[in-house]
Design a protein around this ligand. Structure first.
Ligand code: GDP
Length: 628
């Protein structure tokens, strides 16, 4: 644990920047973290590196040593706190929780593969959380013929490579730069980057042999503090984020936190957020793991009277079991109004739960920080506020814009299913729980299966939303099939004179499609004026279009313009009796016979097939048919 007093310099005291590592599975996140920690640096002492709760602390001196930085070159920060991101969890809780507190992220990209699905997902998250990042273009040692230069700065290592390796490196780098560009980011290798604030730095690395890792560390401790000096200014105001709640057999419930700013002390009164409300408790102990060499018994911790930011710490206190990951832990100072402090603590959960009045559409919306809930929408369940926000941001940004009815944190219980089931009666497509990174309790699954509610689980937000959209597509197709016979698309047709091939059931003639879309199955009618002038026009149903052909004799099922031959077959005796010449002639317009129900079906199931002009025609026909 560093002593901030050691930090040289006359300027503002800075805290250690907090950094996390993101990327696609197998890009090399774990290996790079190991490499940064120095665990694979042969023959080198770990040099003050401390393993922390959910994080690793690297003192500046260790970094100086590894980067061959001259002793007189100042490092303004006391060190670097790297949040551990578990290796193979594709979109872990840590990733999202980690992000909200990070000053910078390292996005690991495998140079042999380029940007992959989860890389893009990470970029999306970073954009959502407004976190800057550096790209570690990893596995450069995989370039064919790479000459290993253990732990060398990358420019030096590149100089030693053959022309073939250099040219392969160049085209792969260009490909990755292009892929970033396609995702809306300008990037450049850091050694050629003159606009470091605007253009994202790429550092080629090998987590295997360490090339480029010194460059990455240098950027983190030298360049970063220059661009975010204010953010890194050490401050006594406590900023602390809950990472995880753990049950410990000797210690009871503990919470792992990252202390971003300020000091935590034993005996401090703290407030944690739970969905049920704020919980106030006293810190009984503050723990960090023992350094490796001092580790006597597995699971033994070092006890601290106080810890100073930035640190990963385990807090022992009563009443923490419902603390919500991703929320702030707040310290009540002497003289603080406890009520006010509790209210402030809960801000992240119900801050801005501002229930607005009924809006135009009659939908009451509730805003929970960035989470908007609506009267109709899906139910989202996630492990932390961070992940919840990420999912909801994704739902909003995806082309579908899916509304959220309600949300919860933690496992899916029966109560969640019951709440979400409200949508079964309102909108079937919203009768869904999207459960991310949480358990679904068996009784909840059983109830959902019984009531017809769908619970979707997936290991990435991307997949979760994809499965949901596929589910919706399936539902829509099924509905279309179910109502196809009753859907009536609007059309008006002009009968071509002298092109009547059969005047009575079935009526066969050539028509020109004047407006709308004509389909096989569409019921057709004509309007004739009533003899009694005081009465309205009379509708004569002729039957349904049973087949349709183009002028060159091809069978078709729908037409939007041009001339087609149609066959109208009557269903009822009345329809069968109607004939051209007697009940209607070429001065009559043929019109699709719509009804209130057929319009409702179009609205409900066939919106995607209807154009604005089609709706206009429906409005006009509604008046002719006197449909309310
Ligand atoms: P993660 O899923 O992103 O955490 O990926 P890992 O760190 O587990 O790495 C995935 C695989 O790639 C492992 O077999 C690593 O040994 C290997 N790997 C990671 N980084 C490098 C690298 O820079 N060079 C080479 N050759 N292999 C690497």
């Amino acid at each position: 644990i560093f002593d901030p007093q050691d930090v040289a310099g006359d300027e503002k005291e800075l805290r250690a920047p907090i950094c996390c590592i993101l990327g696609h599975v197998d890009a090399g996140k774990t290996k790079l973290l190991d490499c940064i920690r120095g665990t694979n640096v042969q023959g080198r002492e770990a040099g003050g590196i401390t393993q922390q709760i959910g994080a690793t602390y690297l003192p500046a001196e260790n970094i100086r040593d590894r980067t061959s930085l001259k002793a007189e070159t100042a490092i303004k920060v006391p060190g670097l706190l790297v949040i551990d991101t578990p290796g193979h969890e594709s979109f872990s809780k840590m990733r999202s929780r980690g992000l909200s507190m990070c000053d910078i992220a390292v996005v690991v990209v495998d140079i042999t593969k380029g940007l992959e699905k989860q890389t893009v997902e990470s970029l999306h998250l970073l954009r959502c959380h407004n976190v800057s990042f550096i790209v570690a273009l990893n596995k450069v040692d995989r370039l064919y013929g790479w000459k290993e230069c253990t732990n060398a700065p990358i420019v030096e290592a590149l100089k030693k490579q053959s022309d073939d390796v250099k040219s392969e490196y160049k085209w792969r780098l260009t490909k990755v730069v292009t892929e970033f560009k396609e995702n809306g980011f300008n990037t450049a290798p850091y050694y050629e980057n003159n606009k470091k604030k605007k253009v994202v730095n790429i550092v080629p690395t090998s987590a295997e042999s360490g090339e480029g890792v010194p460059d990455l560390l240098l950027l983190l401790v030298r360049w970063l503090p220059d661009i975010i000096t204010d953010k890194l200014a050490y401050d006594d105001t406590i900023e602390c984020t809950v990472l995880e709640v753990n049950e410990h057999k000797d210690l009871g419930t503990t919470v792992d936190v990252v202390l971003i700013n300020g000091v935590l002390r034993q005996g401090d009164q703290v407030i944690v957020c739970t969905k049920q409300g704020p919980v106030t408790t006293i810190i009984r102990d503050l723990l960090t793991p023992h350094p490796m060499k001092e580790l006597k018994a597995k699971g033994a911790y070092k006890h601290h009277k106080e810890v100073r930011a930035a640190q990963g710490v385990k807090i022992v206190a009563r009443g923490l079991q419902y603390a919500m990951a991703g929320t702030s832990l707040i310290v009540v100072k002497p003289g603080d109004d406890l009520r006010q402090a509790e209210a402030a603590a809960m801000q992240e959960i119900d801050m801005a739960i501002s229930t607005t009045d009924e809006n135009e559409k009659g939908t009451t919306t509730q805003e929970v920080s960035s989470i908007m809930t609506c009267k109709e929408g899906i139910y989202v369940q996630a492990s932390s506020v961070g992940t919840l926000e990420a999912i909801i941001a994704h739902l909003k940004s995806s082309s579908v814009d899916i509304p959220v009815y309600d949300w919860n944190l933690g496992p899916v219980y029966k109560q969640d299913v019951m709440k979400a089931s409200a949508m079964l009666k309102r909108k079937e497509e919203y009768a869904v729980i999207l459960a991310f990174d949480v358990k679904v309790m068996p009784e909840a699954s059983a109830l959902a299966a019984e009531s017809g509610l769908k619970i979707i689980t997936a290991d990435t937000v991307y997949r979760l939303v994809n499965i949901y959209t596929e589910h919706i597509k399936g539902l829509k197709e099924a509905k279309k099939m179910q109502f196809a016979a009753e859907a009536v698309f609007p059309c008006t047709l002009k009968i071509l004179p002298n092109r009547i091939y059969h005047s009575k059931d079935p009526i066969v003639c050539d028509v020109e499609v004047v407006e709308g879309v004509v389909k096989v199955g569409t019921p057709i009618c004509v309007f004739t004026p009533s003899k009694d002038k005081s009465k309205n026009t009379i509708v004569h149903s002729l039957g349904r279009i049973s087949s349709m052909q183009t002028s060159n004799g091809n069978q078709i099922f729908s037409a939007r313009n041009g001339v087609v031959a149609i066959k109208i077959s009557g269903d009822s005796p009345q329809e069968k009796s109607r004939s051209y010449g007697r009940h209607f002639d070429s001065s009559n317009e043929l019109v699709s016979e719509i009804s209130r129900r057929s319009i409702d079906i179009l609205k409900e199931c066939f919106r995607d097939e209807m154009s604005a002009e089609n709706w206009q025609l429906i409005t006009r026909l509604k008046m002719q048919f006197k449909i309310a």
